[in-house]
Design a protein around this ligand. Structure first.
Ligand SMILES: [Zn+2]
Length: 410
């Protein structure tokens, strides 16, 4: 089985090894080595990337990119997925592995940060970490808790960062499951293993883990908590550590700065400014509604004067190119407050629409008339005997539709 060099040394970025097996097809070839410092995706931590070089190295020596590293579930071997001319690999080939050190450091910062953060939640509130996930942008832990308050989040973040500032040593220990239990390791992995690998954050946390970790907590840099979310197994806490925390904080700051510039204010005043604007918008909308009511009232009065007398009723047929559905509904309500009215209205503003209305309890059936009309238009609509509305494909056809509907009013 592949000897995992990262088990003992997370800072080993280069190593030499021998190819044990090559499998797969062009574009996705899995190379198995006798020893490897590459971390395969497992235990919540994402894999390393890097390069494999054929030995002895000389100019023109094939240099193949390792895009992904996985664990063979059945054999436990570490598989290095490479692309390029993989025919250069044969069983027995000597290679030099080079790990992308920046990516490794990023992952170590996240993973060690997770151990410290999980320990902080456990110490403070007894919230156990049920699972850990490392994503490309942020990481999450799921806590066995019904809820985590904003102040609990802040206190845990503070304790975790104090542990970082204290620069506690982080050591790898190996112990049998019984020894680990005696040492107070809470979560003993269920797999039958002779020796467990333990990550010991001095006087702060001791946990069984196969991941890559920093040498001391100071190397984590910073632990920044972000949002929480209720999930099936508890509460999910999103966080970022180290340089990732710095880059995400920079992005947050730039976003806030842009928002603050739009409001011509300081970034800390942005929420207050938004609230102020929201109130102003609400007030403006109210004022606009009142004005539209007045306009509708006046327009209804004018329309009444020119309403056509048709049998026992007064008929108003009108297309308003610039008005929207809300306005013609308002207009219909005002018109039909008068006795014996039928109003067939259409608008071209917003979504072209139709409104048919009559004075409550009159003899026509607006719902039926609308149904007939929208059927011809190929749109949807409906309503009751006194009031109905429907859609029109465009203003022109909306206008024609009200004229046609008018011929049905006897
Ligand atoms: Zn771990």
């Amino acid at each position: 089985m592949t000897e995992r060099l990262y088990y003992a040394d997370s800072f080993l970025h280069e190593f030499e090894a021998r190819v044990l097996a090559v499998a797969g097809e062009a574009g996705r070839v899995a190379v198995t080595l006798d020893r490897s410092a590459f971390y395969p995706a497992s235990g919540g931590q994402v894999f390393d990337t890097g390069w494999l070089e054929i030995m002895p190295a000389a100019s023109g020596t094939p240099h193949l990119r390792v895009n992904e590293v996985v664990e063979d579930e059945k054999t436990g071997e570490v598989l290095h997925i490479v692309d390029g001319d993989t025919a250069v690999f044969q069983t027995g080939t000597q290679v030099r592995g080079v790990i992308d050190a920046e990516r490794r450091r990023n992952h170590m910062q996240q993973h060690s940060g997770q151990h410290v953060l999980s320990a902080a939640f456990e110490k403070l509130y007894g919230f156990a970490t049920v699972s850990f996930h490392m994503g490309d942008d942020s990481c999450t832990i799921d806590l066995a808790a019904d809820s985590v308050s904003a102040s609990q989040l802040q206190v845990a973040e503070k304790l975790a960062n104090e542990a970082v500032a204290e620069d506690r040593s982080v050591e790898v220990r190996f112990a049998t499951p019984d020894e680990a239990r005696a040492m107070g390791v809470r979560k003993i992995p269920p797999a039958e293993r002779e020796k467990l690998r333990l990550i010991d954050v001095a006087d702060f946390d001791l946990n069984a883990c196969g991941g890559t970790h920093v040498r001391s907590t100071g190397q984590i840099g910073a632990i920044l908590l972000r949002k929480t979310e209720k999930v099936k197994q508890g509460v999910r806490v999103e966080f970022v550590c180290g340089l990732r925390a710095v880059s995400i904080a920079r992005r947050d700051f730039e976003t806030l700065t842009e928002a603050a510039a739009l409001f011509s204010t300081h970034i800390w005043e942005v929420p207050q400014q938004i609230r102020k604007w929201q109130n102003e918008i609400k007030a403006a909308q109210k004022a606009q509604h009142r004005l539209l009511e007045e306009v509708a009232e006046l327009q209804a009065e004018r329309m009444l004067l020119s309403a056509e007398q048709r049998g026992p009723r007064k008929l108003v047929v009108q297309y308003l190119a610039d008005r929207d559905l809300g306005f013609i509904k308002m207009l219909a309500q005002k018109l039909t407050k008068n006795d014996g009215m039928v109003a067939l209205l259409a608008c071209g503003g917003g979504q072209p629409s139709l409104v048919f209305a009559q004075t409550a309890g009159s003899a026509c059936d607006m719902g039926a008339l609308m149904k007939q009309t929208v059927q011809t238009l190929g749109t949807r609509g409906g309503g009751n005997r006194d009031m109905a509305q429907g859609g029109a494909p465009d203003g022109e056809r909306a206008e024609r539709a009200v004229r046609n509907a008018a011929s049905a009013i006897g």
